[in-house]
Write a protein that binds this ligand. Sequence first.
Ligand code: ADP
Ligand code: MG
Length: 337
Amino acid sequence: NPTEGYRPIQALPDHLISQIAAGEVVERPSAVVKELLENALDAGSSSITIRLEEGGVKRIAIIDNGRGIPPDQLPLALQRHATSKIATLEELENVATLGFRGEALASISSVAVLTVTTRTADAPHAWQIENGKITPASGGQGTTVDVQDLYYNTPARRKFLKSEQTEFGHCAEVVRRIALARPDVSFSLSHNGKTVDHWNVSAFDKRSASILGDAFSSARLAIDESAGPLRLHGFIGLPTASKGRADAQYFYVNGRFVRDKLLTHAVRAAYQDVLHGDRYPSYVIALDLDPALVDVNVHPSKIEVRFRDSRSVHQFVFHAINRALAQTSATAFGTVP
Ligand code: ADP
Ligand code: MG
């Protein structure tokens, strides 16, 4: 039988497409936290509360005071590839928001029980969407996204989750990353009803001191250098603030936390003369450049970026850090009077 083993090609149902996408976009609770925090920031929030239960698996609730979503737009907010952030290729290439793919809420709602409660400034009351049904609700301006029972309908994925404490640790790290980049926003994080972290609006040096600790803040250098379209600013740890693990390395490109081989290499190389090979520098640094010079649409979670001119970015980052370290290494090592 020549057709044996042959299956006709079929378009996948929408819900299954979202569940497949969810594997990339929200592979664990911390990825949900990241997506929802980015949405809250894109909505102009100045205060964000994160409530987690059981490592985020049982519940992730993110409460913001941003601009909210008009009720007639709520179904679209949950629809795949629907976004208010870009409309054209040109806007994609110059994107200034953290999100733009229009995938997060659709992906999350395909693998969890999602409720969105939201109120815009001019609305007389809030609205809520759950299970496709929109009803009036109570609540102040802003948006609350409540995600319950993550992966309840995809048991295979659920099996890949680690312990509650491990998943919570990843979530807390995501909150720290974002809180470091946005000292102008207050954040509050609770787990199983207990407040774990709270940061009021503050200056960047205070925020980074409270997140990275005293050891870092007493042994750090401020840097702020510009060259053409590139600006690098933040704090780099002196060799005395280095660690045995690479767990205090925060690099941001246009406000987005990234883990990028090129940038990591440039920093590492800048420290080469002052740091042993088994030590890791601590830093929180931000590279700002024209959005048209960097492609953030490389990876679904946008943790990798691609620079149009990676050579000059590498050189700029290397020299800025290397110079700052060279200026003080003399005093740090006591080799100069
Ligand atoms: P994206 O962020 O890529 O646009 P999402 O699926 O994360 O895609 O969100 C879809 C849309 O829902 C957003 O474009 C935005 O208009 C709206 N939205 C989501 N979260 C919020 C929020 N916290 N406050 C205001 N609007 C939101
Ligand atoms: Mg988003």
